[in-house]
Design a protein around this ligand. Structure first.
Ligand code: AMP
Length: 287
């Protein structure tokens, strides 16, 4: 049975989502940038390109089995879906932001009847209800930051990552409603009925992300330093140690390490007298 998968057709999540699918080994063919859907050539998977905000709705309804979108969109839609994997990109927060000159320092300072421009009306309402604040929500489809300047709202609720767009528009964040990142979500029924296909693609994407955070390290190390090396590099299942033809003083060691440890590892190995140190990227990692 074909697995139907949705990825954002444009915007901030599109490029990395497609990259993850390609690196996972899905052959999207030549035309994926121009077509709204593609039949994956080497798997029984159909990939549709739709708006990030529509994906949770389609997945909840079962029209799509799994999709990549932001936690913010999942929460706003309120649909019943299952989060299958956090993708560690598209990090942002849904924030309440006010004009710098407004004098508002916290949510407590917001007066009843305050007009809030947002494209997240449901999360905004829930947030202000929980704070027992009665606000007027002005539903906009984008560019909320400009609304206070146009006199359309007093404050905004919008996604913030670096905060530079807020700063440019003389706004300041006073509270966070939600922390978001890109995730893979699944339809609850499909996760059961298409279990193998769903776990196949999810674990493949996970192996790409895990592989990107690791490095394959090879080095020729003095044999008498082998115990120190084994202690230093637990690896996935300990370092692989091999004889080098014609040498009985050195052995070749291969190990997978965290990317962040490369600098220290290479320098420690050098101090131990290691030679021919090679570091290679990893295409995928299935422990
Ligand atoms: P868009 O680029 O408008 O299609 O946004 C799609 C998704 O990108 C949002 O729903 C968020 O999950 C994510 N995102 C990450 N950082 C930001 C940001 N600073 N502003 C807007 N969206 C962001």
């Amino acid at each position: 049975m074909t697995l139907k998968m949705a990825v954002p057709n444009k915007g901030r999540l599109n490029e990395r989502a497609v990259e993850l699918l390609l690196k996972s080994g899905l052959d999207l063919g030549e035309e994926w940038g121009r077509k709204l859907y593609v039949n994956v050539k080497n798997q029984d998977i159909e990939v549709m390109f739709v708006r990030a905000q529509d994906i949770p709705v389609f997945v909840a309804s079962g029209a799509i089995d799994i999709g990549i979108t932001g936690i913010d969109q999942v929460a706003e839609s309120g649909g019943d879906t299952e989060c299958l994997l956090e993708l560690d990109f598209g990090h942002c927060r849904l924030s309440v932001a006010v004009p710098e000159a407004s004098g508002i320092k916290s949510v407590d300072d917001i007066k009843s009847g305050c007009r809030v421009a947002t494209s997240f009306p449901n999360l905004t309402k829930k947030f202000f209800d929980s704070k027992k604040k009665k606000v007027d929500i002005v539903n906009v489809s984008g560019a909320a930051e400009i609304m206070p300047h146009m006199g359309i709202s007093d404050i905004i609720v919008d996604l913030v990552s670096s905060g530079s767009t807020l700063k440019t528009n003389r706004l300041v964040s006073i509270a966070d409603i939600l922390a978001s990142q890109a995730v893979v979500i699944g339809n609850k029924g499909s996760v059961k009925s298409k279990k193998d296909a769903v776990s196949g693609i999810v674990s493949s994407i996970k192996s790409v992300i895990d592989g990107e955070n690791k490095i394959y390290l090879m080095a020729d190390v003095p044999k008498d330093k082998l115990q120190d090396v084994q202690r230093m590099f637990p690896g996935v299942a300990g370092p692989t140690v091999m004889n080098i033809a014609g040498r009985d003083d050195m052995v070749a060691m291969h190990v997978v390490i965290n990317k962040k440890d490369v600098y220290d590892s290479v320098n420690t190995l050098k101090r131990m007298g290691a030679k021919g140190i090679l570091t290679l990227p990893i295409g995928g990692l299935v422990p």
